[in-house]
Design a protein around this ligand. Structure first.
Ligand code: DAH
Length: 358
């Protein structure tokens, strides 16, 4: 029997009744106000109020001496107090546990992780520069399919049925059907555009091309080209040359010189390959240009009349020029990339180096 109970024993039953009810009321108020800040504090509160030796348990002891006719009311108040205390402790416990977990996982005062900015792929950088510079002289951008038929990739481009140039391009065929293939060059878009559009046509066609070649530092089975096409009345070789000079000087610098060497492509006549003066040594001769002073950049020529005819464009009325270049090679020359495989590996250490590029 505890001391408080001893105290009650000397009082009249109705006094005990009043004292207990007052006490219960005061405790209820006290308990509703408690706000433990930690699980440790909460445990102290639990011990203080509802443990075996806690205040409420003591009141239950005292309850035994309450007069029988008053027991009902006091018992009810006491039970309500106990429930209040239990509720309070349980909710506080849940809240504190959630807070506690959060404190481990989440430090709101910690500095944020910086989100590293990506960089454009070097091939995209160069492609965009090419699109931009041709845009300034009136060229649209158009695209065609990567999965192509024989007509658009070869036949309409004046490749004869048994022409060795078909073999030269190491074509990937899709399944066993020789009429469905991965385009070997972006020249297919010339046909796609000319079939649908009458001149004047002035556009470039950037895109991905595929050839069945062994992968090495110098060649890959997937690469990118930009094709150019200009068809109108009176388009001349001089127009081609001037356009390509503008292109070369915009991309490699104003002092760049160009030279055209006769060549052969089935879809152009005459055909040429264009070199630019070496951007490293300025034409004096160095490792990059193999001491020639010149770097080969693209193929070009006047659109063969057979190609215009295949697309229902009147070759008596119209002439045109075309050119095609590899973006990988130009990017290699501009940025000194020595291995074509780097473009496709997407190693961030390689890509990051282009962060500050245009
Ligand atoms: N299609 C050629 C190739 O893949 C490049 C080319 C050469 C495109 C001359 C042209 C051109 O438009 O006139 O190698």
């Amino acid at each position: 029997m505890n001391s408080q109970t001893g105290f009650y024993l000397s009082l009249q039953p109705w006094n005990i009744y009043y004292i207990m009810l007052d006490k219960i009321k005061a405790l209820a108020e006290e308990i509703s106000r408690v706000k433990p800040k930690s699980l440790a504090e909460l445990d102290e509160i639990r011990i203080k109020y509802i443990s075996k030796k806690g205040i409420i348990s003591q009141l239950f002891d005292d309850f035994r001496v309450v007069a029988p006719e008053l027991k009902k009311e006091v018992g009810k108040a006491l039970n309500e107090l106990k429930n209040l205390a239990m509720d309070k402790i349980n909710t506080a416990k849940e809240e504190l546990e959630i807070q506690d977990q959060g404190a481990h996982d989440l430090d709101l005062s910690a500095p944020g992780d910086s989100i590293g900015l990506g960089s454009r792929h070097p091939l995209a950088l160069v492609r965009n520069r090419i699109i931009d510079l041709f845009g300034r002289i009136g060229y649209n951008v158009m695209e065609g399919p990567e999965i192509e038929d024989d007509w658009h990739n070869f036949t309409a481009l004046n490749f004869a049925a048994e022409h060795p140039a078909r073999d030269m391009q190491d074509t990937f065929f899709i399944e066993k059907n020789p009429d469905v293939l991965l385009r070997t060059h972006t020249s297919n878009v010339q046909i796609r555009v000319m079939e649908r559009t009458q001149p004047p046509i002035r556009a470039i066609f950037p895109g991905r091309v595929f050839r069945n070649e062994a992968i090495s530092a110098r060649s890959h089975c997937i690469f990118h080209q930009v094709e150019g096409l200009y068809v109108d009345e009176n388009v001349s070789f001089a127009d081609l040359k001037q356009t390509l000079l503008f292109f070369a000087q915009e991309l490699f610098g104003v002092d760049t010189k160009i030279r055209l060497r006769p060549s052969y492509f089935p879809f152009t006549e005459p055909s040429a390959e264009m070199d630019v003066s070496c951007s490293i040594c300025g034409g004096k001769g160095c490792n990059l240009c193999k001491y020639t002073g010149w770097l080969e950049i693209l193929g070009c020529g006047m659109v063969d009349p057979n190609v215009l005819d295949a697309c229902n464009i009147d070759s008596q009325k119209y002439t045109g020029f075309a050119f095609g270049m590899g973006i990988e090679r130009i990017t290699m020359l501009l940025y000194g990339v020595k291995d074509i495989r780097l473009y496709f590996e997407n190693d961030v250490r390689f890509l990051q180096q282009f962060r500050s590029a245009l």
